[in-house]
Design a protein around this ligand. Structure first.
Ligand code: NAD
Ligand code: GLY
Length: 362
């Protein structure tokens, strides 16, 4: 097992990573508060892992909430199912919520924990690659609205993140690839050596080699923990974690939540961000081509779906990084170095959107 800490002063917390951690109740016990514990999961993950997590809680009376599965259910209505269950159960402020599932479950459970009685204890047990390398770490919680992704939410840190890498054995292929998009992101924004490593190890990751997967999760969590420790509430540096997300969130929203997976949309978005970086003279053409190659090697899309440029721009203007409608992009100044840029020349942006449309059509 590997352990690291997200350093946030009194709110610091551990991330434990290893195969078989769902049998290690002693890792969870110190982070429970009071006697009331509720596991929030969904109808896909429950039959796979709920009993194992229940048995980690040794003798406590454990309640469960089983939500419908899918990004389209990441809504305030679904979160109210959690609130109402906690109220029925008479849960007090000393209760603990455990999120068991992917990023959708983690984001909604975290938001419920942040808001139920103004804040209760919570623990993340992420079971997708994407949630193990990204969403379970750093305390972003929330839900989607029809006009914008993750537009309602709170920063609220968990007490502990427990990553059992063996849960990835049951993950569908498409979801594994979607998680690789966020793994590649860390190489592109901050760690060129990791990018080299990923190019050499992509085949091993795709065949779920446990050593390669665990190594990629550890590096990703290290990268994310350091950025979150430096800028918890995204006043500056943390925005680089959104490479590809301005384009990606527009794809997810325009297509309808769940049609393109988050990681797929981010993958195409990162290719578009690299293309725009090249057009702006920040990256060499060969470097932008390398971004596309590594994303293609993970079996991920390298072009957006057919979305008219004006629709793209409309959704991108609503991005959380946008300031009074002015779109801000995370771009690459080198492979391994990201920066936030605003005031991007509209003709260059149009060229990137046009290039994407041509690739889609071709
Ligand atoms: P997801 O939560 O929808 O999970 C993907 C699918 O895999 C679901 O059908 C789920 O039921 C299933 N599943 C989960 N674990 C499984 C397992 N071990 N075996 C078999 N099936 C399993 O999607 P995701 O990719 O995990 O998360 C995407 C969400 O995360 C998006 O809503 C995105 O906005 C959010 N996100 C949040 C942050 C953050 O910082 N909070 C960061 C990145 C992404
Ligand atoms: N996934 C972006 C962030 O956590 O900031």
């Amino acid at each position: 097992m590997e352990s690291l800490t997200v350093e946030l002063g009194v709110r610091s917390y551990p991330i434990h990573i290893g195969a078989g951690l769902l049998a290690r109740g002693e890792l969870l016990q110190p982070h429970l508060r009071g006697s009331q514990v509720c596991i929030v999961t969904n109808e896909t993950v429950a039959p796979l892992y709920l009993a194992r997590v229940e048995s980690m809680l040794g003798g406590r009376r454990v309640s469960t909430v089983i939500l419908p599965d899918g990004e389209q259910h990441k809504t305030l209505d679904t979160v109210t199912i959690i609130y109402d269950r906690l109220l029925e159960l008479g849960f007090s402020r000393s209760a603990t919520l455990i999120a068991l599932g992917g990023g959708v479950i983690g984001d909604m459970t975290g938001f419920a924990a942040a808001t139920y009685q103004r804040g209760i204890n919570f623990i993340q047990i992420p079971t997708t690659l994407l949630s193990q390398v990204d969403s379970s770490v750093g305390g972003k919680t929330g839900v989607n609205r029809p006009l914008g992704k993750n537009m309602v939410g709170a920063f609220y840190q968990p007490q502990c993140v427990l990553i059992d890498t063996a849960t990835l054995n049951t993950l569908p292929e498409r979801e594994l690839k979607a998680g690789l998009a966020e793994v590649i992101k860390y190489g592109l924004i901050n760690n060129p050596r990791f990018l080299d490593w990923l190019e050499h190890n992509m085949a091993a990751l795709l065949r779920r080699d446990p050593v390669a997967l665990a190594a990629s999760i550890k590096v990703s969590c290290d990268e994310k923990a350091a950025i979150v420790a430096a800028d918890e509430t995204e006043t500056g540096l943390r925005a680089i974690l959104n490479l590809g997300h301005t384009f990606g969130h527009a794809i997810e929203t325009a297509m309808g939540y769940g049609v393109w997976l988050h990681g797929e949309a981010v993958a195409a978005g990162m290719v578009m961000a690299a293309d725009l970086s090249w057009r702006m003279g920040l990256l060499q053409q060969g470097e932008a081509a390398r971004v596309k190659r590594i994303i293609a090697s993970a079996g991920l899309p390298v072009a957006p779906p057919a979305i008219a440029p004006d629709i793209f721009i409309r959704y991108m203007s609503k991005d959380k990084k946008a300031d009074e409608g002015k779109i801000r992009f995370v771009l690459l100044e080198a492979l391994g170095k990201a920066a936030v840029k605003e005031g991007v020349d509209s003709s260059l942006l149009a060229a990137t959107l046009g290039a994407g449309a041509q690739l889609t059509a071709g």
